[in-house]
Design a protein around this ligand. Sequence first.
Ligand SMILES: [Zn+2]
Ligand SMILES: [Zn+2]
Length: 766
Amino acid sequence: MLNPKPSRPPEAASPAAQRLVLGGRVQGLGVRPAIYRLASFLGLAGSVRNTIRGVEIEVEGDAEAVAQFARRLPEFMPAGARIERLATEAIEPAGATEFTIVRDPQNGPLGTRIPADMRVCDDCLREIFDQADRRFRYPFTSCTACGPRYTIIERMPYERHDITMSVFAFCQPCRREYETPGNRRFHAQTNACAACGPEVWSVTASDRSSLRGDDAIRAAGSALRHGRILALRGIGGYQLLADATCEQSVSRLRELKRRRAKPLAVMVHSAAQAQEFAKLDSMELELLDDRSNPIVLADARTDRTLAPSVSSGFATLGLMLPTTPLHAMLASDLQTPLVCTSGNLEGETLAYEIEEAEKDLAGLCDLWLHHNRPIARPLDDSVVRGMDGRSVTIRLARGLAPLALDIEDAPPMLALGGHFKNAVAWTNGAQAVLGPHIGDLDGVACRRRYLDQCEDWQNLYRGSPRYLVHDLHPEYYSTIWAQQQGLPTIGVQHHHAHVAAGMLEHGWLDRTVLGIAWDGTGYGLDGTIWGGEFLIARAGGFERIGHLRPFRLPGGEAAIHAPWRIALSIAAELFGKDEAARWPWGPAASAKLAALLPILDRPTFSPRTTSAGRLFDAAAVFILGREEAGFEGHLAMLLEATADRRASGEYDFPMTSGAPFQLDWRPLFQGLLADRIQGTAPAVMAMRFHRTLARAAVRVWQQRQHLPVVLGGGVFQNRLLVELISEMVPGLQRSSFGRPAMIPPNDGGLAAGQLAVAAAKIREQV
Ligand SMILES: [Zn+2]
Ligand SMILES: [Zn+2]
């Protein structure tokens, strides 16, 4: 590496030329500048361009150098890039005398990956905190290794004139950096400085007074320090920030945002500060530091705590590092951890346009910090969790989306996901991707955003779907919409899609697996609500070999927020209605008991379900004495947090014979209630309940040991459950244990599985 030019024999140089096409994660990461450097280093002429096939390179020069070029390519790739395909062919030398980066327009379906947004890098951070640097405190500092990507791309390939920053013309120094090989901003499409780039300004809610530039940033810092709430325009939209150590500010933010129970994420200025408030293992620290910059869920410390309203009773904290230089400046100016949550009312869409934010967030914040770098598409923050030694995506969004999927030979299709935590997946025939978290498709605004994304993707990836893939639930908005479009549709059963998402994750789409799909709600083939399912599944089909013993959901969906209803139905089945009524219920249940008891066995009011999520809810009511839930899965999360891993014992959870078999929860709850009556600690009962469910899953697998197992569904966001199953798996079987990972196990990953199933069904028809 010391010698900038390779030694060439003066006379024997034989000219040669080669074309190379790179596929994979190779755009928007500084790959072309890196290729330029390698070509210059080897003294080669030619060109590099982004094409729909990938990054296309032509090099010519002496034969040995041309051969070296292909060999040394991997070592010159920037961090974050990944070459998944490399095709080479010999071509005729064209007589080029220099190496150039070429830009040209493209048509046809896009074959290259769309780059994801990246957290500000250490080099850029150094500059913004260096008084002598020309980018001192410039909030939009970025380079080829960091900055926004997916949220600012208007068209691919990724070039300056096709991103929202094209409205900012380079100043002389920025242009020089952009054009100078060897500069770390050589072909950095987001390059900018205070003289030529985007700027920030603040607007005070009370009197509409406004400040610009660094004055605005300092005013925002001062407002936070005084307990105010800041609405900050980030990479993918607005976020609401408040001092995480100030109970008054945080509880006010909760109240205004109408976020009652879910924990709030916290931004810290460094990993060291994160460790003051949470116990992070090495993998969690790695996730925190990752360029994708997710919110990392970790166990909170008990010796050093934030304002109680941050985690509202949960033992976990969601932490993240500053995303942009703007976040980094605020975090560093204040030195205090900051609550950082989506800029919206709970359940509404994320505000990302300036006017929208001033309207939607009026009354939710004291100050806006706007900027004029247009956002091409809104994007929330990602959430991940370390589980059994790997990262599991809980919410796929900024930094992680779009997620590349390994689905080949499928015609253009759009998979529409489910209803809750919706996300869509898409293949344009050249590549397949899973999109970011959109939200529950309940409100008009959310549905509009959902349709916007479906359309945006067709433009961005260039293509239109030949099939629409949907859930079987006839009342889901996504199902109804699919059926109105006049395109061929493919329905995919909910739990089959969860299992297929896991098969896709592990590269097992060509195999038969045992799928364990445990979630809250999914429409079954028999029209009932499934959710505790054991499937023998291929990509193209499945057989339901077993499930939880069904139980009734008094009042249907209402039971999600009132889990005591499920507990009541379980108790009634165990001991009869009269005895169940005598259980020492709390105020919520007692008030409605008389109304509920008569409808317990009426199918119209109390539909049957096999939902594992709801079984967790019922157990949590008995173990924790809580009767109501602020959101779906709330009590299950508390139950997981309560469990003491050191506690021994488990309950009886027998499997019936027959097909499909049933896991009978009656002995389980008899044991649990006996524990409760004896005054056993909730931490012990919670642990026993988790171990019982893990054991049941492993027992079913042991009967079908020849098959790999795949875990799918929202219940497997539960770290304790997954790790217990993992501990029970014999060493020999570990390679066929399909744990959740990059594709969210919850409904955010459903569309990926739908796409895989639909592709297989189409293949099988041909
Ligand atoms: Zn950078
Ligand atoms: Zn500039």
